[in-house]
Write a protein that binds this ligand. Structure first.
Ligand code: M6R
Length: 364
């Protein structure tokens, strides 16, 4: 039931601190700040390549994770949407781990890709929210998210829980490969355990986001920009906005702007910039300045330090808590979801059942 919420999507957005804590709780041991995965019978340290396959929002969770697997576990990562992967004759070598991410565990293309990888000798890991699903049954390593049933067609809490599991998996792989010391593991786990409180702090800005939604609602096109893991979030933010508000939106790696999309910029195209303080902040802000110099109307999402440095002259700003870069993608999920949600409310669309969409895509 929706309780006091207007929509399931809104309820599910607000459930995230709780369900991310639940999910983290099943992969992290708080007694000694270590990662603990369920039992499985292959050697994670011998994995030579990780192939991530998923669709939609689950695919964007995988895109974030690629950065983590490479950074922590120094393992090459391939990632593709399932509908492309299954028809492109991918090269699947021995010693590969194929990782499938799906809320439902039933998405037809993802399931077909899983079976293809199985037939081609890959070890199969799945991250699913429905533990009785087809994908769960066919996995060598089953990593459930504990988001609870997700009713809104636009995926929200499943995504943040997928990120939580993926971060734990990448860290664990690094530990098994001897690339992450005990102290580093404790530090990483400590940061992950800070995520639920940071998500709550992000949700505290719901009113600010609601009151600026009318600035975005009249737009015909919206761009989202980010770098690194926040590039994946830019894509996710654009997908959320398209799905429920029917506004055309695109996510771009901020460094790509000058290779084409900047031609679109005028004062009618809001540009949402995701720029947490951290190693990529300056670069993202300089791309933001290029947009502003062409009349682009920027909504900057950053922490207090970032907004102080770069917030002036923006159409609007959204303040996030200052967090470690590892958990920034989890935290910045909240404002992109809330922005799409409130814009859809201004437009009066059917938030939980957007037109032309089904919750689970079981046909290809
Ligand atoms: O159940 P799955 O995670 O496999 O579903 C994948 C996509 O269909 C899903 O994420 C879709 O893109 C959502 N409607 C996004 O909000």
């Amino acid at each position: 039931e929706k309780g006091n919420y207007r929509h399931f999507m809104q309820k599910e957005i607000f459930e995230q601190p709780t369900v991310v804590a639940q999910t983290l709780g099943s992969y992290l041991r708080q007694s000694d700040n270590s990662v603990a995965l369920p039992q499985f019978d292959f050697d994670l340290s011998q994995i030579k390549r990780v192939t991530i396959v998923a669709c939609g929002t689950s695919f964007y969770a995988g895109m974030v994770a690629k950065y983590w697997f490479e950074q922590f576990a120094r393992v090459p990562v391939d990632i593709d949407v399932a509908s492309e992967f299954r028809y492109r004759e991918p090269v699947l070598e021995e010693g590969g781990l194929a990782l499938f991410i799906s809320q439902s565990g039933e998405t037809a293309d993802t399931l077909a890709a899983l079976r293809h990888c199985k037939e081609n000798g890959q070890t199969i890991a799945v991250i699913v929210n429905v533990p009785t699903s087809s994908m769960a049954r066919e996995a060598d390593l089953l990593l459930p998210t504990h988001a609870g049933p997700e009713i809104g067609v636009a995926s929200t809490k499943a995504f943040s829980c997928q990120l939580a599991v993926l971060a734990a998996l990448a860290a664990h792989m690094a530990v098994t490969k001897g690339l992450m010391s005990r102290e580093e593991e404790q530090e990483v786990v400590g940061h992950l355990l800070e995520a639920p409180a940071a998500l709550n702090a992000a949700l505290d800005h719901d009113d600010d986001i609601a009151s600026m939604a009318h600035l975005i609602a009249p737009a015909r096109d919206v761009l989202y920009l980010g770098r690194g893991p926040d590039y994946a979030l830019a894509l996710e933010g654009a997908l959320k906005l398209k799905e429920i508000s029917y506004i055309h939106a695109e996510g771009y790696a901020s460094g790509e702007m000058k290779h084409g999309p900047i031609a679109l910029i005028d004062d009618k195209v809001p540009v949402i910039v995701l720029a947490p303080s951290g190693p990529l902040f300056e670069k993202t802000v300089s791309n933001m300045e290029e947009v502003r110099a062409r009349g682009g109307q920027v909504v900057l999402i950053s922490d207090a330090d970032g907004l102080e440095q770069a917030g002036e002259g923006c159409l609007a700003t959204i303040e996030m808590p200052k967090v470690h870069p590892l958990i920034a993608p989890l935290v910045y999920t909240i404002p992109v979801q809330l922005l799409a949600y409130h814009v859809a409310c201004v437009k009066g669309t059917d938030v939980d059942q957007p037109r032309n969409l089904a919750k689970s895509v079981t046909v290809e």
